[in-house]
Design a binder for this molecule. Structure first.
Ligand code: URA
Length: 223
């Protein structure tokens, strides 16, 4: 929750600076602690995210793309951030890379897309499809961590370097870590390539196929 508090504090400071303040006392920040805690319920969390203005991405977004899927999903996919189609529809992975992700889920893992949960590092579209900045990613992180805590997936699949990096803090190249099983804060994570990378580099599809086979094996009930 520290990220959220800091982001709010920073926003208040910027607003005061714009009003002409050059110095202020901390005592003017009397934020109610309960207003800073995120709800333990996905719908209430979504309602809070839809109202979020904690970073500049909120200024250029059309819709907040909170995430979607089975609230009790065993597998959670995490991408980088909404693109133009997602921004206009308010849903994750519904553009070209979304079509490919859906095929990966339904044709390789053999589960309907609606049975997994899909979210992103940031909930609002970074302009011109750039990667989220560290400030944007860290400001949005409490929402993602809460989604993970509520859904409690058995396995998280991060899509691309950005999602893996911001979720783990590890900056190892995605080509080196993909397909490995990473334990992170009590959950199990497998990084793989982002579908948009696969659209540009179809020869990497075989690597993702291998990674998804590993996902499938991990999800098999142990007999
Ligand atoms: N790319 C992402 O990382 N996320 C989306 O939701 C769409 C495209």
């Amino acid at each position: 929750m520290k990220n959220l508090k800091n982001a709010l504090l920073l926003k208040q400071l910027y607003q005061l600076k714009q009003l002409g303040y050059r110095y202020t006392d901390v005592s003017i920040f009397k934020e109610d602690e309960s207003a800073l805690t995120l709800p333990d319920d996905l719908e209430a969390l979504k309602a809070q995210a839809l109202k979020c203005h904690l970073c500049d991405l909120s200024k250029s977004r059309t819709n907040v793309v909170f995430g979607e899927g089975n609230p009790h999903a065993e597998i959670m996919f995490i991408g980088e951030g909404p693109g133009a189609t997602e921004d206009s529809m308010g849903r994750p992975f519904v553009g070209r890379s979304g079509e490919l992700l859906t095929k990966m889920i339904e044709n390789v893992l053999l589960i309907p897309r609606k049975e997994v949960y899909i979210a992103n590092i940031v909930k609002c579209r970074p302009p011109n499809n750039r990667a989220p900045t560290p400030t944007e990613a860290h400001t949005c992180q409490p929402f993602l961590l809460k989604q993970i805590a509520i859904v409690k997936p058995k396995l998280i699949v991060t899509l691309g370097a950005t999602a893996y990096h911001y979720l783990t803090g590890d900056e190892t190249a995605i080509s080196k870590v993909r397909g490995s099983i990473v334990q992170q804060n009590g959950y199990t994570l497998i990084p793989t390539y982002h579908p948009s990378f696969l659209l540009r580099n179809p020869s990497a599809k075989k690597d993702v196929f291998e990674d998804l086979k590993k996902v499938k094996a991990l999800m098999q009930p142990k007999g």
